[in-house]
Ligand binder design. Structure first.
Ligand SMILES: [Zn+2]
Length: 320
């Protein structure tokens, strides 16, 4: 449910993308860049590696590799986030990039993998550029684009500044997402839900600090897309636990689940965080979740997918 295309550039693919633009890179160099201790260092690496995504063919190459990564883990359905905000900043044509991605990824349906897409804006670029992302989604006019979201630096730009952007996205028939409560406080989550009407929260682990908020999320069945390894590698886990030495086993996943909050387990930027979806379930087990709770997490992934009711039910019917 929470997977960034641009965070899924494996070292070999980074080299292939760089080569397309006449830059010689080694996989070791990419691996050295994919090593960070905090959010700022991660963002620097993200900017560097995505600088090789310049034209539709680059997105096609990456899209096909992401499908291979998902199939290797037996994933049957994914909602993939596309940073259209960054495309616009780099003066690219989102529609051309998206069409290349569709052409590269739709053949994987024959192998049992279905994708839908989330068009994502960058919070610190402000509401006007975010509105452009919504307009790009509208122009693409594809039923495969199911949601609009905002990521980036949640400590910048007040949530209410995006009210008209979310209203426009809703009127275009898009579901609504937002990264909130990753490094910010629980108030960021509450604002996203109450001001913008967001339907799923990216990360949201700050909810542990606010029992009334956890109750609200549980009551309204608004899930958190929790990405434990990402939280460790960006330092978000240390921030929320107020302990920079915090380890994965201390991730507050059980606390959220046992308060009745719906959680979907995700990888965020798997190549950049050295994470896999299967690995995240292992991490979830190490935090102390029982087998029954792990199965419930798996079900939640389908229950909260932005799929038509009949398709959701057909996936759910196949689960244990
Ligand atoms: Zn994310």
């Amino acid at each position: 449910m929470h997977l960034h295309l641009e965070g899924s550039i494996r070292p070999g693919v980074a080299c292939a993308l760089a080569a397309r633009h006449g830059v010689a890179l080694t996989e070791d160099e990419v691996r050295r860049r994919y090593d960070y201790n905090n959010f700022t260092e991660f963002i620097e690496a993200f900017k560097w590696v995505t600088s090789f995504l310049r034209e539709p063919g680059d997105f096609a190459l990456l899209g096909a590799d992401v499908c291979e990564q998902l199939l290797q883990q037996n994933v049957v359905y994914a909602e993939v986030t596309l940073s259209v905000g960054i495309m616009l900043l780099r003066k690219q044509d989102p529609q051309a990039n998206f069409e290349a991605l569709l052409a590269a990824t739709e053949p994987f349906e024959k192998r049992g993998l279905r994708l839908n897409w989330v068009f994502d804006a960058v919070r610190q670029f402000g509401p006007e550029l975010a509105l452009e992302v919504v307009e790009a989604a509208r122009r693409c006019a594809s039923p495969r684009i199911v949601a609009f979201g905002i990521g980036g630096d949640e400590l910048q730009v007040h949530t209410r500044e995006f009210t008209h952007v979310y209203a426009r996205a809703k009127s275009c028939g898009l579901h609504l997402l937002m990264h909130a409560g990753e490094v910010g406080g629980p108030e960021k989550i509450r604002e996203a839900v109450e001001i913008l009407g967001v339907e799923r929260i990216g990360h949201g682990i700050a909810a542990i600090h606010d029992p009334a908020l956890m109750e609200l999320l549980a009551k309204r069945r608004i899930p958190l897309e929790v990405c434990p390894t990402s939280n460790l590698r960006t330092g978000a886990l240390g921030v929320q636990l107020r302990n920079p030495e915090a380890v994965l086993e201390q991730h507050p996943l059980p606390q959220l689940v046992r308060r009745g909050v719906s959680v979907v387990i995700s990888t965020d930027d798997p190549a950049m965080f050295h994470a896999t979806l299967l690995g995240e379930y292992e991490v979830a087990a190490k935090t102390g979740l029982t087998e029954a709770e792990l199965v419930a997490l798996h079900r939640a992934g389908f229950e909260h997918a932005f799929l038509p009711q009949d398709e959701r039910c057909s996936y759910l019917a196949k689960l244990p």
